[in-house]
Design a protein around this ligand. Structure first.
Ligand SMILES: *Cc1c(COP(=O)(O)O)cnc(C)c1O
Length: 369
């Protein structure tokens, strides 16, 4: 049996008729940039996130960068985040010529450890970017409290967590802005690059709308430095077709996670660590990530059995060559570094069949027995 990490083909075949229709509509209309499809998606995703404003941008990385810029983050400022994330989180900070300040993670959730944030705050700290890794919201209550106390912004990196909730609140309403990626492999994926910022703040929304069109307002008059970062109509039309299915897809992911966890526990007990949904959280399982010993050997073995897996992420950001000048060394973030050695993500997408899930479990059990 072959079990891919992700297979988007079945989803497309069920939506194909509708997709071709909306694409034809866009092309017939000849309106490709910032038209009705983008407007609709912005309204729907903002409403879904329980906030009034959505700003479609070119990708999730720009969503982070534009958020930081709108919050006034500039050269010499510091922004606190995690090193156990995709590069874009810290890349966006560095693109503002600001300094990423890395805090270690919670060993259970892989998210930033709120107990370790306050010691890293200085007069230069302008924002915190919690990353809701793998689809589970960071522990936001203490983060919100710290941000209030020190008067700093919270920018949620929600690229992996659209639809997730924390103590009854949705991703997007927990911070000052929240950043979504619609990269094709994300839970709500376009057929190309796309992203969005949502926010409850009208002034930030207005700034971000201006930044994504070269800082132009009115047209051809520039008071701030922006660039070209827009979500285009074709991608928005595709996302408008997919968006109504998002909740059912999240539910399906959660079912797969329950099945994986139950069967892995039955087969292996405490030999591996399965993901934990912490109390008050609705995890949307962008990834189903376990912790194991001999991770690289396991990955190789599974590959030979036809099971694809991924390592998110093998090299923490504080040890990336590009951030060498920040002066971190091995051992500075021990929990992050351990996670980078032990984490492995299993195949996960809504259409993954139960027999495929069971086969993945069987192969893992075989390896450890
Ligand atoms: C995917 C991702 C991003 C970047 O999104 P792009 O749309 O690829 O630019 C940022 N942060 C995290 C955690 C991601 O997973």
């Amino acid at each position: 049996m072959k079990v891919p990490m992700l297979d988007l083909s079945e989803q497309y075949s069920t939506l194909r008729g509708e997709m071709l229709e909306v694409l034809d509509e866009v092309m017939t209309s000849s309106r490709f940039i910032l038209g009705d499809n983008v407007k609709k998606l912005e309204q729907d995703v903002a409403a879904y996130s329980n906030v009034p404003f959505g700003i479609g941008v070119a990708n999730g990385s720009d969503a982070l960068h534009i958020s930081l810029q709108a919050c006034g983050v500039k050269a010499g400022d510091e922004v606190i985040t995690t090193a156990f994330t995709f590069f874009a989180t810290a890349g966006a900070i560095a693109r503002c010529n600001a300094t990423p300040v890395f805090v270690d993670i919670d060993p259970v959730t892989f998210n930033i450890d709120p107990r370790k944030i306050e010691e890293k705050i200085t007069e230069k700290t302008k924002a915190i970017i919690p990353v809701h890794l793998y689809g589970q919201v960071s522990d936001m209550d203490p983060i919100v409290e710290i941000a209030k106390k020190h008067n700093i912004y919270i920018i949620e990196d929600a690229a992996q967590a659209i639809g997730a909730t924390y103590k009854g609140k949705r991703v997007g309403e927990l911070g000052d802005t929240a950043c979504y990626s619609f990269f094709p492999t994300k839970n709500l994926g376009a057929y190309g690059d796309a992203g969005m910022v949502v926010t409850k703040h009208e002034d930030l929304a207005e700034k971000m709308r201006v930044i994504r069109v070269h800082g132009s307002k009115p047209k051809y008059y520039h008071h701030v430095l922006g660039y070209n970062s827009r979500l285009d109509e074709l991608q928005a039309a595709i996302l408008n077709v997919k968006f109504p299915h998002l909740n059912e897809w999240s539910e399906q992911r959660r079912k797969i996670a329950v099945n994986y966890t139950e069967k892995l526990k039955n087969a292996l007990g405490d030999k591996i660590v399965t993901p934990v949904e912490t109390e008050g959280n609705y995890h949307v399982f962008h990834q189903y990530t376990i912790r194991v010993e001999n991770r690289d050997e396991l990955q190789k073995f599974l590959g030979e059995q036809g099971v694809s897996t991924m390592i998110y992420y093998p090299q923490p950001l504080h040890l990336q060559p590009v951030f060498q000048e920040l002066g971190y060394k091995e051992g500075d973030l021990p929990i992050t570094e351990k996670a980078a050695r032990e984490a492995i993500s299993l195949p996960m997408f809504p259409e993954l069949k139960e027999e495929q899930q069971d086969y993945v479990v069987e192969c893992i059990a075989k390896f450890y027995k």
